[in-house]
Design a protein around this ligand. Structure first.
Ligand code: BGC
Length: 816
């Protein structure tokens, strides 16, 4: 292991416990010393460090919970159970694969990739629970990944019959029992939650997972995470919110996502947003609110009142006035995580927020406003455990921004709650002067002048090469995460044809759980290549012959290439998946993860990281929720901004936030339309992106596969030019998500047609990824016949050149 690997793993091991949320505790844990452990559950030996798909990171090794316990000196007494489970899982594959084979044959090529992404639900089995020892641990794991949503079925979103039975039995049979949830996605644990004394949401904290778990179990570290999303019984989620429609999915619940829904309607979740226990207890003493101009602050003293070290997350929520606009019961406005506090130790923290950041979109005036009335501040350690901290009065409604609607039309109005009485008891009221708010004027950044000069001198052909990813021959033959030519296993790169002009290619690799590259690689006279195919070729067995042929002809990842040449390794660190990182509520930890990624980008020659992914966790069924931070835009935005700062710290590496916007489901992901009203889109789904853009200036933004209100996001000029660039001042490049073109399902079976390169460039997209001849030719033809105006393409090309210069240094202009 090289020095950088050791350092990165060491750093990860320090922060992983911060990502774990202790959901229930009766004080039986931590254990005082290593001992015999009766270890059960599908995640015990097959522990998950993260999820599947482009968000997976190819690592050399990571310890399972079983190995972590053994490394720490425990004796696992259930080897027979763990072996028998593996056999039961293998046996369960037969019926599943038969079902899948038939489904693939019946649904054909158009749904092939979606079907191949389906995760097998946990099978049922009957294995005696007879491990020795006083303490039992059951590790329940759930695998999720891109390309398909989860199943509302036992063994996936729900617990299987076997899991319920075994968990309940272990709780009764052993003196101490801990249920460990090795999932970064929601699982409905309501059938067991009330009966189990100790539950730890281990999540998927990256490649020290097993060792980090042992650290926490044995009290060598303590969990200090808090929920980044509300977990409730599945039946308690908002029924009005549609999900998974192949054509149009209506976001009828409007702004009432996650705790905004639960806390407003008063339904008690199992584990609220922001909730998490530790090995100790804390007392919060809330000081007075103060206000300077428009910034409100409140000091809180946190005391560790228990007998173990710990960290607390202090959260500030604000109830906005119910005026012309309806508002949720409260929204997160600020949070701070304390330092490590020893028993008896105290720390004073200050929470502040700018009132202007509480703005809401008002459709009647097309503006972003703060309504007159009382803003009520609450402080606590979850959305459900707060105390009244103060009130701020705004005497007059203020308009902060006049904007242009960009979302498009829907055929429904958003759900609104019955607005009950929300008066709260008397307390000190401060006032904020409406005149202290200034209405914002927008400045849309223009491309670098020198870059524009170069672009102007390029031929039409050259301009088009700059606006599409580098491709060979026909191009677009690659699968996700394997399109780059220069760095093995990187996701893609921009054109390298203009090196003589000082414009290098930009190498892009996936995230968000670390840097996704091929680990074992080869180098021969034709260049570099991954030694192991990015796709598990065993899936080919499930595909009928005719479909197999098409697949092999079009996607290189499904071919086994025998190449010789020297072998080398790219060892990258799998950091916590985004949800786990958000559960740390630790901005410094997030920034440090960005540093880890940047150092590895530098080592392996990657310029842009295709992350953070920061869509809102709208529904527990979304297959990619683990790649996203939270149900809350503020927490998502702050986390993404912190990671971006880490990645971009040296000014030579860039982050690409994604997927812009409303990529909240995977079902029919290339052609489904998220139907969402302007206010909801802006206040919930765009807000995190806006925070990340304004706070951390990511070098790039990736549009989403899905459409919004019937328009592909990469073809929506309002989104890209008016809002992202115009209102938010985004100065980087906008790229499409990958394979948005020729390899996606056919137009005939879909309500919406494929995305097109030409309207996308007209709408503000700079770069079509991963690149292909078809897109290049479409652009060129449109430029030649005048459908695509040359100046538009020059602007995109200039932005690309500007981006290269930023990351690689400014080119030699004298060559031009
Ligand atoms: C995913 C992106 C990813 C890209 C490149 C797409 O399928 O949606 O998140 O960055 O592939 O691998």
């Amino acid at each position: 292991m090289e020095q950088y690997e050791r350092e990165h793993l060491g750093a990860l091991r320090r922060i992983a416990p911060e990502c774990m949320v202790l959901l229930k505790s009766n004080g039986d844990f931590p254990l005082a010393a290593p001992q015999k452990i009766a270890l059960y559950g599908n995640g015990a030996r097959h522990t998950l460090k993260g999820g599947r798909g482009s968000g997976d990171v190819n690592v050399e090794y990571f310890p399972s919970v079983e190995q972590g316990l053994e490394n720490a000196g425990c004796i696992v007494t259930t080897k027979a159970w763990l072996d028998a489970y593996e056999a039961a899982y293998e046996a369960g594959k037969n019926p599943f694969q038969t079902w899948l084979r038939e489904k693939i044959a019946a649904e054909g090529m158009d749904r092939l990739m979606e079907n191949l992404s389906i995760v097998m639900p946990e099978p049922d089995y009957d294995i005696p629970l007879d491990g020795e020892g006083d303490t039992a641990i059951y590790v329940l794991a759930r695998q999720c990944g891109e390309g398909v949503d989860r199943g509302a079925v036992p063994g996936d979103l729900f617990l299987s019959k076997t899991e319920i039975r075994d968990i309940m039995t272990l709780q009764k049979e052993y003196r101490k029992f801990l249920l460990v949830l090795n999932t970064a996605c929601y699982v409905d644990i309501s059938p067991v939650a009330a009966y189990i004394d100790n539950i730890l949401l281990l999540s998927q904290p990256g490649m020290t997972v097993g060792d980090s778990f042992a650290d926490v179990l044995l009290g060598r570290a303590y969990p200090s995470g808090k929920m980044a999303a509300t977990w409730a019984a599945w039946n308690d989620y908002a029924e009005i919110s549609e999900f998974g429609n192949r054509e149009d999915t209506r976001y009828r619940e409007g702004i009432y996502v996650g705790y905004r829904w639960f806390d407003t309607v008063g339904t008690k979740p199992l584990f609220p947003f922001g909730f998490g226990l530790g090995y100790t207890t804390f007392m919060l003493t809330v000081g007075a609110v103060s206000i300077t101009k428009t910034v409100a602050s409140i000091s809180v003293t946190v005391e560790n009142t228990g007998s173990f070290a710990g960290k607390e997350v202090v959260q500030l929520y604000v109830s906005l006035p119910q005026g012309k606009l309806d508002q949720p019961k409260h929204v997160l406005a600020s949070f701070v995580k304390t330092e490590e506090l020893q028993p008896g130790e105290t720390q004073a923290v200050t929470l502040s927020f700018d009132m202007a950041d509480l703005l809401s979109y008002d459709a009647t005036t097309c503006s972003r406003i703060l309504e007159r009335g009382e803003y009520i501040l609450w402080v606590g350690n979850s959305s459900r455990n707060t105390v009244l901290a103060g009130k701020i009065m705004l005497e007059r409604t203020v308009t902060l921004e006049k904007v242009t609607p960009v979302a498009g039309e829907t055929d429904f109005t958003d759900w609104k709650p019955m607005c009950g009485d929300r008066t709260v008891k008397e307390c000190a009221v401060l006032t904020v002067d409406p005149d202290d708010f200034t209405e914002k004027s927008f400045v849309c950044p223009s491309p670098d002048d020198d870059a524009m000069c170069i672009a102007k001198k390029l031929t039409d052909e050259e301009l088009c090469y700059l606006c599409t990813g580098e491709f060979e021959n026909e191009g677009s033959k690659q699968v996700i995460g394997d399109s780059a030519l220069t760095v093995a296993g990187a996701a893609g790169e921009s054109t390298g044809r203009f090196r003589h002009l000082g414009v290098q290619s930009i190498i892009m690799a996936d995230g968000p759980a670390g840097l996704r590259l091929a680990r074992e690689c080869g180098r021969d006279e034709n260049g570099v290549f991954p030694r192991t195919p990015p796709t598990d070729l065993r899936v080919l067995e499930l595909i009928p012959e005719d479909m197999k042929k098409v697949l092999l002809a079009t996607l290189s990842g499904f071919k086994k290439e025998e190449r010789s040449g020297e072998t080398y390794y790219q060892n990258c660190t799998a950091i916590p998946v985004a949800t786990a990182l958000a559960q740390s509520w630790n901005i410094d930890a997030a920034e440090m993860c960005g540093d880890i990624v940047r150092e590895e980008m530098m080592r392996f020659g990657v310029d842009v990281w295709l992350a953070p992914a920061m869509n809102i966790q709208r529904n527990g069924l979304c297959g990619r929720n683990f790649e996203y931070y939270s149900e809350d835009p503020l927490l998502s935005g702050k986390m993404a901004a912190a990671v971006t700062r880490g990645v971009q710290r040296d000014g030579r590496h860039g982050a690409m936030i994604k997927h812009f916007i409303c990529n909240n489901q995977e079902t029919n992901r290339f052609r489904t339309s998220s139907m969402v009203n302007e206010r909801t889109m802006r206040d919930i789904y765009c807000r995190g992106f806006e925070i990340a853009v304004k706070e951390a200036a990511p070098i790039a933004v990736m549009t989403s596969y899905n459409l919004v209100n019937g328009v592909h996001t990469c073809e929506n000029r309002g989104l890209l030019e008016t809002m992202l660039r115009g209102e938010w001042g985004f100065a980087g490049v906008v790229t499409s998500d990958y394979l948005t073109g020729d390899k996606t399902p056919s137009d005939e079976i879909n309500k919406y047609r494929k995305f097109r390169a030409v309207p996308s460039l007209q709408a503000g997209l700079d770069l079509v990824m991963p690149g292909g001849k078809a897109h290049y030719e479409q652009m060129l033809a449109a430029l030649k016949d005048g459908t695509l105006d040359r100046e538009t393409v020059e602007t995109h090309a200039a932005r690309m050149i500007g981006c290269v210069w930023k990351l690689r240094g400014k080119g030699q202009k004298e060559d031009v």
